[in-house]
Design a protein around this ligand. Structure first.
Ligand code: FAD
Length: 394
């Protein structure tokens, strides 16, 4: 079969949620979902895996269990998009066509953009929570740390989960206090940006956390090279353009990220590389039968699964209206959320929208560190994800 009413490209958080919600409708369209991976990961758990709270296996489930019945799973990669002909080419060379397309390919991790990193990642103390393959080595480094310089990075590109690079600093600090090595340890956080968080209310709270914990934050420092065997990290000072070489005993890297190459090189891309959709309707600005959500979409908000929870119903309502040739009824306000783990058992739950103003769900000040919000992240949200969101129920 080579034509479908709706093709969903990518079966991650966004693709699976949209598929489930479309199938929940009274007369669901004929849908094909294109996804090469056999395993789906609940990536938000990786922060806690890196901190030793859960084994990494707890974040993984078979993709097949979450493809809604009735949806055709095409286990291939998209190799090229051709929106002028309503078609795309698969990894196996086949071409398929659609009436409507949903693009949900996520974000691309560009390990290779940092000189020396691919060669040393996973050894010489160089670790990262940003992949299933490297997240256990984070915990191994933290667990066995005997003191010295622990270095953490935050890149200059957009990333998924803007808070993840700093959450692991706070967990490391907490663990080093418990294991008795904190006094002989320096924690250095090199952040390519100019402030700790985009929303002032949470930035103020996080600056207090950093001061209390004695973490050294170096803003406008972008990691450009890792010399694994010498245990040296090289940063570019974005203000002075000078390079700074730092010795490390462990290095946690949050890698540079960008739109997937297959999008960047297609007519779907905005000049920034992301899928060029309207930020409110999620409809493509030039191809009205194309919609996009999640990390690959050109939406000026923080890229998270929590944002997709609010984007998916908007996309489904607007896609359904477009199929019926009606005006688009729904708008997305940029809602996103970042559960900022500040230690084992404490969390600041940031929630905000396109205006960078807090948009909190609970009737208390969420910028305060709380155990209840930590429990929500560690135990509540994973269950809500697997049993609710991916099933199209919320
Ligand atoms: P993904 O879920 O990444 O899915 C993309 C899918 O597309 C994948 O299945 C991939 O295999 C597939 N794909 C890629 N290329 C192709 C291709 N060419 N053809 C076909 N398929 C393709 N979010 C939160 O809400 N809260 C958090 O606390 C949080 N913490 C995080 C911590 C870490 C360490 C990380 C890494 C992420 C975290 N996130 C968090 C972010 C969240 O996981 C992502 O924002 C979310 O998964 C994005 O969903 P998506 O559908 O856009 O992309």
């Amino acid at each position: 079969k080579s034509h479908y009413q709706v093709i969903i490209a990518g079966g991650g958080t966004g693709g699976l949620t949209v598929a489930a919600q479309l199938m929940d409708q009274p007369n669901p369209p004929e849908i094909a979902l294109i996804e090469p991976a056999e395993v789906h990961y609940y990536q938000p758990l990786w922060t806690l895996v890196g901190g030793g709270v859960f084994p990494r296996e707890q974040s993984a489930r078979p993709e097949a269990d979450y493809i809604p019945p009735g949806v055709t799973w095409i286990k291939e990669k998209v190799k090229a998009f051709d929106p002028d002909n309503n078609s795309l080419t698969l990894g196996n060379g086949e071409t398929i066509t659609y009436d409507f397309l949903v693009v949900a390919l996520g974000i691309q991790i560009d390990w290779g953009k940092i000189k020396g990193l691919p060669e040393t990642l996973g050894k010489n103390g160089v670790c990262s929570n940003y992949s299933y393959d490297t997240v256990e080595y984070t915990w191994q480094n933290i667990r066995t740390f005997r003191g010295g310089n622990a270095v953490f990075t935050h890149p200059s590109t957009p990333i998924k989960c803007g808070g993840a690079p700093q959450k692991i600093v706070y967990l490391a600090d907490d663990y080093f206090r418990r294991s008795g090595v904190r006094q002989q340890t320096q924690l250095n956080f090199y952040h390519a940006g100019a402030s700790i968080f985009a929303v002032k209310k949470y930035a103020d709270a996080l600056n207090r956390v950093v001061a209390r914990k004695g973490i050294n934050v170096h803003f406008q420092h972008d990691l450009i090279e890792v010399r694994g065997e010498a245990r040296e990290a090289v940063f570019l000072n974005l203000a002075t353009r000078e390079t700074v070489t730092v010795n490390f005993d462990m290095l946690h890297v949050s890698p540079p990220q960008s739109a997937p190459d297959v999008i960047k090189s297609s007519a779907l891309a905005h000049s920034s590389g992301w899928v060029d959709v309207d930020q409110y309707t999620l409809q493509h600005k030039r191809y009205p039968n194309v919609f996009s959500l999640g990390d690959c979409a050109n939406l000026p908000t923080s890229k998270t699964g929590a944002a997709i929870r609010k984007q998916a119903p908007v996309l489904v309502a607007n896609l359904t209206a477009a199929m019926a040739k009606e005006t688009l009824p729904a708008t997305y306000d940029g809602y996103t959320s970042c559960p900022l783990v500040t230690g084992y058992g404490s969390l600041i739950l940031a929630e905000f929208d396109y205006t960078n103003q807090p948009k909190e769900s609970f009737p208390f000040d969420q910028s305060q560190e709380r155990y209840s919000m930590y429990a929500l992240k560690a135990y509540g949200l994973p269950a809500m994800y697997w049993n609710g969101m991916l099933r199209g129920r919320m």
